[in-house]
Design a protein around this ligand. Sequence first.
Ligand SMILES: *[C@@H]1O[C@H](CO)[C@@H](O)[C@H](O)[C@H]1NC(C)=O
Length: 433
Amino acid sequence: MVLRYSSFLIVFVFLQHISFSKALKSSFSVEMIHRDSPKSPFYRPTETHFQRVENAILRSIHRANYLKLDSNDVEGTITPFSGEFLLNFSVGTPPVQVLGIVDTGSDMIWIQCQPCKHCYKEDKPIFDPSTSRTYSTIPCVSAYCLSAPHAFCNFNNGRHCAYRVTYDDDSTSEGDFSWETITLTSSTKNVPVTFPQTVIGCGHNNVAMFSEKTSGIVGLGIGPFSLAGQLEPKTGATFSYCLTPMYQGNPKPSYLHFGDAGEVTIKEAVSTPLIRNMEQPSMYFVVMEAISVGSKRIEFPRNGENGNILIDSGTTMTFLPDEVYSSLEREMVNAVKLPRTNNPIEGFRLCFGITPGEEYHIPIVYAHFKGGGTVTLYNVNTFVKISETVICFVFISGSEAIFGNLAQQDILIGYDTERNTVTFLNTDCTSEL
Ligand SMILES: *[C@@H]1O[C@H](CO)[C@@H](O)[C@H](O)[C@H]1NC(C)=O
């Protein structure tokens, strides 16, 4: 018995190795689908461009409210998933296609699973692990079960490992902590890239605000069980993404890069230390020392120990500390030679009137990160057009500073959890691949 078990194990490891070297050459890229792009199931053709912008702004404010650090938080609470980007991948053998919400703020991958104790309504059939040859639960004695942040032993259920994640809005997912094969589609080669024995949550009890169009969450945050953490032994500790402008004409695809493709090594790139924040360990915090517009430099308050700004792909706007925002707004008002208008959408603080067809000038903003790195923020990063005659500043004040996804557009952003750096390179993201 023991012998059979171990030979099975050897064969399994061997097969795993083969499928690896065949499918994967250290490096690949996958498309991140923006929820407002025509490929996304959230896309509504009847919605106008400006309605999409407005909805994105509102989602962003909700997300920022949830992300607020709260000292009364229950331990293990992680951020929600309002989800601006989606990842198409498949689970199991034979593979079943699922659509997960990409969340750079959380550290676990889970999908809804049969049998459901409680599943939210999902448009596609819910994944049934009993139909997959490669699915297995993780035993309680496994090091995975003992070490994973959201895992615990379920003694009532065959002593296998369970997980429970709670998001800040009280949404939860719980179920079996499992091994399963996941397959991503490499955009560079248009071939499947297979990762056997990926640790995923098979959620049998998923309560609250998840969308019927998505099957679960793909955490891309810091931690051994996020997608980035689990790919690390195979692709290295780096990944990057380049977000194309989302609200300027037809959006082009944005890509997520792993392995060599994920390294940002160009000389002009600027690097800043990635800060491990004890209260939000899965999130990417950095220190922004100052922000400047024209010749005016506005210093951030000094509290850099835990990082003072979060880089989040799931938040649309950029939130700055009150005093920093107020000075920045003052400088913007001085520098922009356009008439100020009332804010047509709740949430914005600063909007200007424009004349259709007429050019206007927006001053460049520089973000000064710790370590001397300065990132240039152009018009595309700082303003969004919300109607034919109004543009609004996408920076506002907030109690938790967040570098949002509009500010990240057309910047290749690399994360390295080994060297602990975040790297920025101004890039035309539409020309990638
Ligand atoms: C996900 O991938 C499948 C298979 O390649 C494809 O049929 C489907 O349209 C994709 N879904 C999205 C939202 O791109």
